[in-house]
Design a protein around this ligand. Structure first.
Ligand code: C2E
Ligand code: MG
Ligand code: MG
Ligand code: MG
Length: 286
């Protein structure tokens, strides 16, 4: 076992990263093998239209089937991946697998909905996102309108020039861009008008105590109004209760995600969700 980290430090590093160097090195080796050994998984969380409950898309969330520790969430290995230069192969796998899966469901004749893929600030810096996306769309045959990229405010602030170029190119391709965890980063509102964005995702920390916490209601209200004024769609994340969903509906927040709607699920369960949706319509059908 890794030694218990000191107070404060273990908030930022998983215990295994603090313990003996040998332990950290072993985890690094295991993670390095995860892509070639097919140990990564994607879970999919439905995003719905608040007013109708209709499925509007999935967010792809990566997991690692660890040989000893079971299925790990991204917070348990993305930091290690970033510190060991493994984030690029993982991110590439996620992008390709998400596109492959959503296209396979489309080819079955199921409802056509986009998939959203998360890209961290470091990945945004290190990866040739546009080049990779073009290649993956070409290889999988997925239409660009069914792919969305989620980045945080911090990414936009840290890489203003690269963000401008990359987001312009994504817009030209037809790939959607969402600002994730909105309101929690160190940021300026100016970028909301400077960059070609499609959606703003209200961070779940603002949603969790609504509707009872008046200050949080005020913040969510302001973000939804800001989004509307800028002609961006608003998405609330972390929606857990019917009361929260009711508030969002009254506020005119278009889209929502959260355990109260559906938790992230494996591909089999996401497939079942898709089967409950009305099937894809071709352009010629009314
Ligand atoms: P995120 O993009 O903000 O994703 C939403 C996270 O909130 C997910 O955690 C999801 O399981 C969780 N969540 C969803 N609904 C609820 C709810 O109602 N209540 C609560 N308390 N939580 C909810 P997860 O899957 O552990 O992912 C954590 C973060 O890891 C994600 O936050 C995202 O930033 C990052 N991540 C996920 N997949 C990837 C990936 O493929 N690449 C990169 N770079 N980061 C990823
Ligand atoms: Mg996200
Ligand atoms: Mg988020
Ligand atoms: Mg979040």
């Amino acid at each position: 076992y890794a030694k218990e980290g000191g107070r404060g430090t273990h908030l930022f590093y998983a215990p295994y990263m603090l313990g003996q160097p040998a332990e950290a090195l072993q985890q690094e080796h295991l993670l390095r093998a995860a892509v070639p050994q097919d140990a990564l998984r994607l879970h999919y969380q439905p995003q719905i239209e608040v007013s109708t409950g209709r499925l509007t898309g999935f967010e792809a969330l990566v997991r690692w089937q660890h040989p000893e520790r079971g299925l790990l969430g991204p917070d348990e290995f993305i930091p290690l991946a970033e510190s060991r230069g493994l984030v690029t192969p993982i991110g590439r796998w996620v992008l390709r697998e998400a596109c492959r899966q959503i296209k396979a469901w489309q080819d079955e004749g199921l409802a056509r909905v986009p998939v959203a893929v998360n890209v961290s600030a470091m990945e945004f810096r290190q990866r040739d996102l546009v080049g990779e996306i073009k290649q993956v769309l070409a290889d999988t045959g997925l239409d660009a309108q069914y792919l969305e990229i989620e980045i945080t405010e911090t990414t936009l602030m840290q890489q203003p020039e690269q963000a401008r170029t990359t987001l312009d190119e994504l817009r030209a391709l037809g790939v959607g861009v969402t600002v994730d965890d909105f309101g929690t980063g160190y940021s300026s509102l100016a970028y909301l008008k400077r960059y070609p964005l499609d959606k703003i995702k209200v961070d779940r920390s603002f949603v969790i105590d609504t509707p009872s916490d008046g200050e949080d209601v005020a913040i969510v209200t302001a973000i939804v109004q800001l989004a509307r004024s800028l002609q961006l769609q608003s998405v609330a994340e972390g929606v857990e209760t019917p009361e929260q969903l009711g508030l969002l509906q009254r506020l005119g927040c278009e889209l929502a995600q959260g355990f109260g709607i559906a938790a992230p699920m494996d591909a089999g369960s996401a497939h079942a969700w898709l089967q409950m949706q009305p099937p894809a319509q071709t352009m010629t059908e009314a």
